[in-house]
Design a protein around this ligand. Structure first.
Ligand SMILES: [Zn+2]
Ligand SMILES: [Zn+2]
Length: 286
């Protein structure tokens, strides 16, 4: 049997980018260059049903299930059998204190070849922020801090109320006039960064980085059956301490497992060293 190369899987096919927020600007050039696909955006698809960034509809699932559903729903609503979608989460960084993060997942689903490949980019580079404010001075300070107007801002009455909302504030004048409208009726205003990709170049950059990671994964093929997406499925700890030879928590090997043929590859000493520095040893340096 002839092995397929990764280009046989994707070359010349139409790939649906599931987005309402112009994410194709970050995603399409990379995919077209490396996979030889033709990217399509279908503006009739409604992915907002799965939750939006302005909070009117709360996301019901975890981000990975959400992004998978986006791909599936979009393919069901259209004639395409190859789709890509992304999903961002914003908030406190999981391990760096007092730091906010943008966690982006980009997923490719190929129904024809039964493939699902995704990548994740976690970055502290984000303007994500929100605040209840009372004056134009506070508004201007917030706007300067969050890179307005190159990055968008959304104004509404308060955190949990979407009855009065201004999403498209293109410049300082409209921003202030919208602020005044809400403040006149309610006394204060909830201002938040617009995280929709087209109004947030910083986020667009992280989506691009996640897409590049995805391409790396797709281009990594199983040495046995050549299926794309051969990637690390498990990290084995236990790199021995240089002094006492006890296993440390540092990685001893990376395991790769092909989802299609189940081929397993162990990549020993992934950081090109056979021993760990005793400073990471629980016995020598408890
Ligand atoms: Zn395989
Ligand atoms: Zn030791």
């Amino acid at each position: 049997m002839n092995k397929k190369s990764h280009t046989d899987y994707f070359k010349g096919r139409q790939l649906l980018i599931v987005t309402k927020h112009e994410k194709e600007k970050a995603i399409a050039p990379i995919l077209e260059k490396w996979l030889g696909v033709k990217c399509i955006v279908d503006h009739t698809l409604d992915t907002d049903l799965l939750g939006t960034f302005t909070g009117e509809l709360e996301r019901a699932d975890d981000p990975l299930s959400t992004v998978r559903k986006k791909c599936m729903m979009a393919m069901e609503q259209s004639k395409y059998d190859l789709a890509i979608a992304s999903e961002g989460s914003f908030g406190a960084h999981p391990s760096i204190f007092f730091s906010t993060a943008d966690d982006e997942i980009v997923m490719l689903v190929d129904k024809k070849n039964n493939l699902e490949i995704y990548s994740r980019e976690l970055s502290t580079e984000t303007n994500f922020n929100a605040k209840q404010i009372h004056s134009v001075d506070e508004l201007i300070a917030f706007a300067n801090e969050t890179k307005f107007p190159s990055h968008g801002l959304i104004l509404r009455k308060n955190k949990d109320d979407f009855t009065l909302i201004f999403k498209d504030n293109r410049n300082r004048r409209t921003l202030i006039s919208h602020f005044n409208k809400i403040q006149k009726s309610y006394g204060s205003v909830y201002v938040e960064t617009d995280m929709r990709a087209m109004n947030n170049p910083t986020r667009m950059k992280i989506i691009k980085a996640a897409t590049k990671k995805l391409i790396h994964k797709i281009l990594s093929v199983c040495p046995n059956c050549n299926t794309p997406g051969f990637s690390i499925t498990e990290v084995k700890q236990g790199l021995p301490c240089e002094i006492c030879h006890a296993p440390t928590r540092s990685p001893l090997s990376y395991l790769y497992n092909c989802k299609k043929c189940n081929h397993l590859k162990e990549d020993k000493y992934p950081h090109k060293k056979n021993w760990e520095d005793p400073m990471y040893c629980d016995y020598c340096n408890p």
